[in-house]
Write a protein that binds this ligand. Structure first.
Ligand SMILES: N[C@@H](CCC(=O)N[C@@H](CS)C(=O)NCC(=O)O)C(=O)O
Length: 189
C-alpha cells in the first residue's frame, strides 16, 4: 500500500476502550486526523451512533476517505502500512513477534480480560438477596479459573520477547499488549 494522497482520517473514539490504542498510534505516526468522541451509555455500552458506522457498533472505528475500518488490530496494521513510511515496520528479527503480538492482543489476552470484567460485575446486576451468593461464587470462579490464566499473561507480556527481541512495530505492539489492553476497567492486574 503506498501513501499517495493526503490522509482524510476520522477517528471514532469511545471512552475507556481499546480505541485508546489507535489514538496513541495516530499520535506516534503524526498523521492529521479528525477526532469524534463517543461516550458509553449507562450500561457501559457504546451509543447507537456507532452502530450506524459498523454492524457491531463497537469502537474503535476509523474512516479514511471511502474506507471504514473497525477491529483495533486491523486498524493498527492498516495505519502502519499506509502511513508508517517504514518507521514501524518490524526488523527481520522482530517479524515473528510482530505477527504474534498483532494476533495475541485480541485473540488471547482480551477474551480473558473480558471474562474477568464480566464475572466481577455479575453480582451487582442480580437482585439484592442473591448478591452475596453470586459474589461468593464468582469470586471462586475468578480465583480458580481466571486469575491463574491472567498470571500467565502477565508473565508473558513481561518478557522482552516471545521469540526474539522485537523492534519498531513489533516493539510498539508489544507495548500495546503490556498496556493492560485498556477496555472498560483499568487495572485488572
Ligand atoms: N475485537 C474488537 C473489539 C471491539 C470492542 O469490543 N470494543 C468495545 C470497547 S473496548 C466496545 O465497543 N464496547 C461497547 C459495546 O460493546 O457496546 C477490536 O479489537 O476492535
Amino acid at each position: 500500500m503506498s501513501h499517495k494522497q493526503q490522509p482524510q482520517i476520522t477517528f471514532h473514539h469511545l471512552n475507556d476502550s481499546r480505541s485508546q490504542r489507535i489514538l496513541w498510534l495516530l499520535e506516534e505516526l503524526e498523521v492529521p486526523y479528525e477526532l469524534k468522541k463517543y461516550d458509553r451509555g449507562p450500561k457501559f455500552r457504546s451509543p447507537p451512533e456507532l452502530e450506524r458506522l459498523t454492524p457491531l457498533g463497537k469502537a474503535p472505528v476509523l474512516t479514511d476517505g471511502d474506507i471504514t475500518l473497525s477491529e483495533s488490530g486491523a486498524i493498527v496494521v492498516y495505519l502502519i502500512k499506509r502511513y508508517g513510511s517504514g518507521r514501524f515496520d518490524p526488523t527481520e528479527a522482530g517479524e515473528v513477534d510482530d505477527i504474534y503480538f498483532t494476533h495475541y492482543a485480541e485473540g488471547s489476552l482480551m477474551p480473558i480480560l473480558t471474562q474477568s470484567i464480566i464475572y466481577a460485575a455479575i453480582s451487582s446486576m442480580a437482585p439484592w438477596f442473591l448478591r452475596p451468593l453470586l459474589k461468593w461464587i464468582f469470586r471462586q470462579v475468578l480465583k480458580e479459573m481466571v486469575d491463574p490464566e491472567l498470571a500467565k499473561h502477565k508473565s508473558l507480556v513481561s518478557q522482552p520477547s516471545v521469540t526474539v527481541i522485537p523492534q519498531s512495530k513489533g516493539d510498539f505492539l508489544n507495548r500495546i499488549s503490556r498496556s493492560k489492553a485498556s477496555c472498560g476497567r483499568q487495572g485488572v492486574w
